[in-house]
Design a protein around this ligand. Sequence first.
Ligand code: AMP
Ligand code: MG
Length: 275
Amino acid sequence: MTTHEIRPDHFRVEPGRRVRLAEWSTDTTDGFDGTKEERAELLAELNERLGDLQQMLYAEAKHKVLVVLQGMDTSGKDGTIKHVFRTINPLGVRVANFKRPNDVELAHDYLWRVHEHAPRDGHITIFNRSHYEDVLVVRVNDLVPAPVWQRRYEHIRGFEQMLADEGTTIIKLFLHISKDEQRARLQERLDNPAKHWKFEHGDIAERAHWDAYTEAYEQAITETSTAAAPWYIIPGDRKWFRNLVVSQLLVEKLEALEMRYPEPIAGIETIRITD
Ligand code: AMP
Ligand code: MG
């Protein structure tokens, strides 16, 4: 079947479903058959709609939106932010980048540095990596003993449920690329001087742990895809399709909030600016 429709719900992980990433395509276009021009047009249209919805979110200042971006190295987290949010007014959007924790952060519980970045009313916050690193990189590299990371799924479910109960719409995105695609993207970082800054020695070491990361992601997604905070496994090998799915998903999530501009002050129609 071919279509011009983008259906993010096809990529949603139903709560309780056991995820095996091999069963989720990295390069499907889900039947979408638009030409290159049509894709660009659709993205531009979704960008516009997202910009309008974000404006309303900010004006109404009633809802909070949290987008969690996870994925293997080179999976396109930065690129997604750049292309999906390009029409957004920076006033109402924050990006929180979670890198290796510093000493102060390490001296606290792992959610301490995360919570302060949770969105406020009217805002969209994007977590570029997140508390999930504490059951991913931490697990794969044995940074804490297994019993310590194993109990974190429960904390994370509780933490996210609390945010949701307090008015946060949570959208969790796993950008799903193949190992071959990662090779190509890492090589591109080596070949293109403008991308050298993105390459780290550690990237090769992390790539060697591909299977361990796959297992860690499978368990993390399986354990924490809940009704309040579902995961979406976004096919990531084709950047244009990834951008369309994420954009469409955000538009749908914001539309579901049924937002309205706040009521104007009484008698606004009679006010004239006279000098
Ligand atoms: P990048 O996303 O390329 O800027 O790299 C950020 C790095 O920080 C990645 O290698 C992550 O695995 C690492 N990182 C993020 N959060 C944590 C954490 N909680 N513990 C250890 N490393 C982390
Ligand atoms: Mg990196």
